[in-house]
Design a protein around this ligand. Sequence first.
Ligand SMILES: Nc1ncnc2c1ncn2[C@@H]1O[C@H](COP(=O)(O)OP(=O)(O)OP(=O)(O)O)[C@@H](O)[C@H]1O
Ligand SMILES: [Mg+2]
Length: 185
Amino acid sequence: MLQDSYSSGQHLLGLLNDILDLAKIESGKLEVHSEPFNLPVLVEEVKPIAEAYPRKPNVELVWPDLSELPEVLVDPSRLKQVLLNLLSNALKFTKEGTVGVQVERHPGYITLLVVDTGIGVSLEAQTRLFQKFAQADGGHSREFGGTGLGLVICKHLMEMMGGTISLSSEGLGLGSTLRITMPIA
Ligand SMILES: Nc1ncnc2c1ncn2[C@@H]1O[C@H](COP(=O)(O)OP(=O)(O)OP(=O)(O)O)[C@@H](O)[C@H]1O
Ligand SMILES: [Mg+2]
């Protein structure tokens, strides 16, 4: 019972924070404070939190080797929020296989990818998931829970940090890849 009331509390807190973030973003009051930051440090902070998220027994979390990366220009706590959001989605929508974080270095920017082997997203749904309350299938909210605010908040935050976010999936049942880019400091 204690565990149940703790999880319910956490769930409500998450929901409340999402609603407050979105209200702040929409009223133009949310500020991001970008600074040069070390990505490996940030990923190390995210790891234990993501490892503790609920996931199916046959799902493995795979972390990248992040040595020798340049610093990125981000608001560390907001980037952490985005990464955790993407990881919680990936873990929620993956029944078996892997959820992996990958990194790519490009001229002037770094891409972080969250790649999963989960239920994937149809081409039709891919075009609308970055809108408020959008979920691929209305039925999802029942099977998987959630409100449809995570990705729209991530999109605003990434753009405020001078970055981007995009989703790609070969289709239903074929896994999803979420990509975020951020400037090198
Ligand atoms: N990794 C993923 N695999 C499959 N579908 C995804 C994935 N990430 C997001 N989606 C789809 O995009 C929708 C919107 O995601 P978003 O994070 O905005 O909302 P949510 O997870 O449903 O709810 P919330 O984040 O508010 O708790 C999801 O409901 C799901 O349909
Ligand atoms: Mg979500």
